[in-house]
Design a protein around this ligand. Structure first.
Ligand code: MN
Length: 132
């Protein structure tokens, strides 16, 4: 079980992500734009962030860059969710510091597999940091 913050402006997409994640036993928090999301991260750091790329105002990649530039939040894994499957998007998403990405529409198994993989990688990073 992980604390997951979903930053998503589209109510239907939010509802779907929350249903999938809570159904898998995760505790889910919601933010409808990047600034509300960043405020939430600082007040109550989640284990993982599901970040919509297309947000009104500050977009998801700009928000991710801000979180990854801050030592207090940079270790929190971010999975980007994007509607555009354009060439070059994956590179842009990873360059912004995202730990994984999914294309919309988000599918049940794909979302949960990605969450598990990113959390496992995070746990491994933490363990190896402790050993060194
Ligand atoms: Mn959006």
């Amino acid at each position: 079980m992980a604390n997951i913050l979903v930053i998503e402006d589209n109510p239907a997409n939010m509802k779907l992500a929350v249903a999938i994640l809570t159904g898998a036993g995760h505790a889910v928090h919601e933010a409808v734009d990047a600034l509300a999301g960043i405020d939430h991260v600082k007040a109550q750091p989640p284990d993982l962030i599901l970040m919509d790329v297309q947000l009104p105002g500050v977009d998801g990649l700009t928000a991710t860059r801000a979180l990854k530039a801050d030592p207090a939040t940079r270790d929190i894994p971010v999975i980007a969710v994007t509607a555009f499957a354009m060439r070059g998007d994956a590179e842009k998403i990873l360059a912004a510091g995202c730990d994984g990405y999914l294309a919309k529409p988000v599918r049940y198994r794909e979302l949960l597999d990605c969450v598990e993989a990113v959390l496992a990688a995070q746990a491994q990073r933490r363990a190896s940091t402790k050993d060194n």
